[in-house]
Ligand binder design. Structure first.
Ligand SMILES: Nc1ncnc2c1ncn2[C@@H]1O[C@H](COP(=O)(O)OP(=O)(O)OP(=O)(O)O)[C@@H](O)[C@H]1O
Length: 286
C-alpha cells in the first residue's frame, strides 16, 4: 500500500468574477488512493479540479503537489506528472483515434509512443477504433479516446503521478463505466493518485477509497463511502430523498426515491397510473 502524500490542499478560497466559488477547502490525497469528488451542479467540483491542475492560480501555500507549492511547479514538469481530463472536450478536427491519443505524448520516440498507444487503446476497449476519425465516433467512444489521451501523458512516467478526472464516465454505458473504473483502480494500485469528479453516487461508492461531498463551494462531508452517502447527507446536499442500503460487498447502494411533491413529474402525491392498476406503491418496489 502506497502512503506517500501526493496532494495537500489547505484552506483554499477561490474567487472568480467577484464571486466566491471555493470556500475553505482542505483535503489530501495519497499515492495509490482513488478519491471521488461529489456534489450537485454548481457545487464547485470542476473549479476545484482546475485549481488543483494549476489552471487557475491559487494563493501561495494552499495547494502542494508532492510536497512542493503548486505555483512553484514548471508547466513542463507538471505535464509529466499530472494529467487532467476536463468535463468537456469537443474535438472537431478530422483526426484519427491514434493521432488524438498521440497528442498525450508529443515528444516521445515513435516506437515507444506506438507501444503506449496500443496499451491504452486495449485497456480502454477502443483498439477496434484506432483508424477512425474521432468526430465520427459516438459520445461514449469519444470519451474513452480522450481518457486514453490523458492517460498517455503520464503513463509509465516516474512517480509522482496524479490524475484529475472531471466526469470521465458520464457518456459511458454501464459496462464501460465499470470497465473504466476498474482501470482507474488498477492505476491506483500502480501508484497513481486519482481525484475523480463524478455524479454517479453508486459508481463512486463501489470504487473510491474515500468520497469528498461538496455543497456550495465547501466540503460538506468527507470519508469512506458508507459514512458520506447517508440518507440525511443526500437530503441536505442534493435535496434528494433516497434509501441507502449497505451491501454485503461492503459499500453502500443509493436508491433514489420519487419526489412526493414539487417535482415536474410528480402528480401531487396521487398514485401513478401503474400504481392504480397494480395497487403496488412504486416507492416500495424500486
Ligand atoms: N469563470 C467563472 N466565472 C464566474 N463563475 C464561475 C466561473 N467558473 C465557474 N463559475 C461558477 O462557479 C460555480 C461552480 O462551478 P463548477 O463548474 O465548479 O461546478 P461543478 O460542481 O463542477 O458543477 P457540475 O456538476 O454542473 O459540473 C458555478 O456556480 C459556476 O457558475
Amino acid at each position: 500500500m502506497h502512503q506517500k502524500p501526493l496532494l495537500n490542499v489547505n484552506n483554499l478560497d477561490l474567487w472568480l468574477a467577484k464571486q466566491q466559488i471555493l470556500d475553505d477547502i482542505s483535503l489530501s490525497l495519497t499515492q495509490g488512493e482513488l478519491v471521488a469528488l461529489l456534489g450537485p451542479n454548481g457545487a464547485g467540483k470542476s473549479t476545484l479540479i482546475r485549481a488543483l491542475a494549476g489552471e487557475v492560480r491559487v494563493p501561495a501555500q494552499t495547494v502542494r503537489f508532492d510536497g512542493k507549492d503548486m505555483n512553484q511547479w514548471s508547466r513542463a514538469a507538471l505535464a509529466r506528472h499530472r494529467a487532467v481530463m476536463p468535463q468537456k472536450v469537443d474535438l472537431q478536427f478530422p483526426m484519427t483515434v491514434e493521432e488524438v491519443v498521440a497528442l498525450g505524448r508529443p515528444r516521445e520516440n515513435p516506437t515507444q509512443r506506438r507501444r503506449i498507444i496500443r496499451a491504452l487503446l486495449a485497456r480502454l476497449d477502443i483498439t477496434h477504433l484506432e483508424t477512425r476519425l474521432v468526430p465520427t465516433l459516438s459520445g461514449g467512444e469519444q470519451q474513452r479516446v480522450q481518457l486514453a489521451r490523458v492517460l498517455a501523458q503520464v503513463w509509465d512516467r516516474p512517480d509522482p503521478r496524479l490524475l484529475l478526472l472531471d466526469e470521465c464516465t458520464s457518456a459511458l454505458d454501464p459496462a464501460h463505466q465499470q470497465q473504466v473504473f476498474q482501470q482507474l483502480r488498477q492505476l491506483a494500485s500502480e501508484g497513481f493518485g486519482l481525484l475523480v469528479a463524478v455524479h454517479d453516487l453508486n459508481l463512486a461508492a463501489q470504487y473510491a477509497d474515500r468520497l469528498v461531498l461538496m455543497k456550495a463551494g465547501k466540503i460538506f462531508a468527507e470519508g469512506p463511502p458508507a459514512s458520506v452517502l447517508t440518507e440525511q447527507h443526500l437530503r441536505e446536499v442534493y435535496g434528494l430523498e433516497s434509501r441507502v442500503e449497505l451491501l454485503p460487498e461492503g459499500y453502500p447502494l443509493v436508491i433514489p426515491q420519487r419526489p412526493r411533491t414539487g417535482h415536474p413529474t410528480d402528480l401531487g402525491g396521487q398514485p401513478l397510473p401503474w400504481e392504480r392498476l397494480t395497487g403496488v406503491e412504486y416507492r416500495r418496489i424500486v
